[in-house]
Ligand binder design. Structure first.
Ligand SMILES: Nc1ncnc2c1ncn2[C@@H]1O[C@H](COP(=O)(O)OP(=O)(O)O)[C@@H](O)[C@H]1O
Ligand SMILES: [Mg+2]
Length: 309
């Protein structure tokens, strides 16, 4: 069964001149991590909130785990759990209170709630802080409380709306590990993020949305093929003639004193030799999701870089 089946979903907020989402159709397979990737304002939260029965679509249909998100909202709510983007834990309550009470509200026995709370707090390294009021915890720990609440449940589908915003690198990895565990147990996740590394690390399938529309979708491998060249060479631009580089592939100015050449393996070797001869620092790496994203969406500063040959 599909975790989510959305068809022609459009949302126009009251008084808005433009649609926040336009005719979005997508299918999320059960047991996968499905990622909506897009810049701020792309429409990610709008989509998540409609799937989680918090917001009505203006047009279109959404089925969640087989149920209609509008007409069968109650059934949907029993099966899903959401970590909202702007969520905050209650100041005076501890991590333990948050997770334990939440599990009891959802009908778990005392013993099961106790065990599950201890387990998830340990996994997210909140156990030591379990009895401290949330107001005395760091922003990252507060965010992890919300993730812990969702992940301690037996929900079949989790909505994680930018779950690692504001987290330090270690905490981010703890959340990533918890997401992988969750998937390993057969759960489904709709993740939103604007972090490329996060999308690359976790996703089985990615949909890139921009200004309310799907502009690309596929696995990481599919999306990498959006840029035909598979290698990028970053090379210090000192004294380099951009035109000379163009014979190797397409050239983008990274704005950080380096030129980025998208090319193929054979040409990458020649390019490296050129850099060595000229005593210029350079790095060679595979094309990343980041490159694909900038190629599709633009960098938000100037025109979209042209990496086509
Ligand atoms: N409650 C609202 N009322 C009016 N406009 C909104 C509301 N929420 C979001 N929007 C607008 O809808 C668009 C998509 O927002 P959102 O779904 O929050 O994007 P994202 O989560 O990708 O950053 C934005 O232009 C935003 O300003
Ligand atoms: Mg959002």
């Amino acid at each position: 069964m599909l975790a989510i089946d959305a068809a022609g979903v459009t949302k126009v907020y009251k008084g808005a001149r433009q649609a926040a989402l336009k005719d979005v159709s997508l299918k999320v397979e059960s047991g996968t991590v499905f990622t909506l990737l897009g810049r701020n304002g792309a429409g990610k939260t709008t989509f998540v909130r409609m799937c989680a029965t918090q917001l009505m679509p203006t047009a279109g249909e959404i089925r969640v785990l087989g149920y209609d998100a509008i007409r069968q909202a109650k059934e949907v709510r029993d099966l899903v759990c959401i970590v909202p983007q702007e969520g905050r834990p209650l100041r005076a309550l501890t991590p333990w209170d948050h997770v334990y009470n939440w599990l009891q509200i959802r009908g778990e026995s005392k013993q099961a709630a106790h065990d599950k709370t201890a387990d998830i707090l340990r996994r997210l390294e909140l156990y030591e802080a379990r009895d401290r009021p949330a107001m005395n915890l760091s922003g990252g720990m507060k965010q992890k409380i919300l993730v812990a609440m969702a992940m301690a449940t037996e929900a079949k589908l989790l909505f994680l709306d930018e779950p690692t915003i504001g987290l330090d690198p270690v905490s981010r990895r703890q959340v990533w590990a918890a997401i992988k565990d969750w998937k390993g147990k057969g759960g489904s996740i709709l993740l939103t993020t604007h972090y490329m590394d996060e999308a690359e690390m976790l996703s089985d399938y990615i949909v890139i949305i921009d200004r309310g529309m799907i502009i690309a979708h596929g696995t990481i491998q599919d999306l990498r093929r959006v840029i035909p060249q598979n290698i990028r060479v970053d090379i210090a631009r000192d004294g380099l003639d951009t035109n000379a580089l163009k014979s190797f592939g397409s050239v983008v100015d990274t704005g950080a004193g380096t030129l980025r050449v998208f090319t193929f393996e054979s040409a990458a070797r020649d390019l490296s030799e050129l850099a060595i001869r000229n005593n210029l620092p350079f790095t060679v790496s595979p094309v990343t999701l980041d490159d694909v994203f900038v190629h599709l969406v633009g960098d938000g500063i100037g025109d979209e870089p042209d990496v086509r040959k």
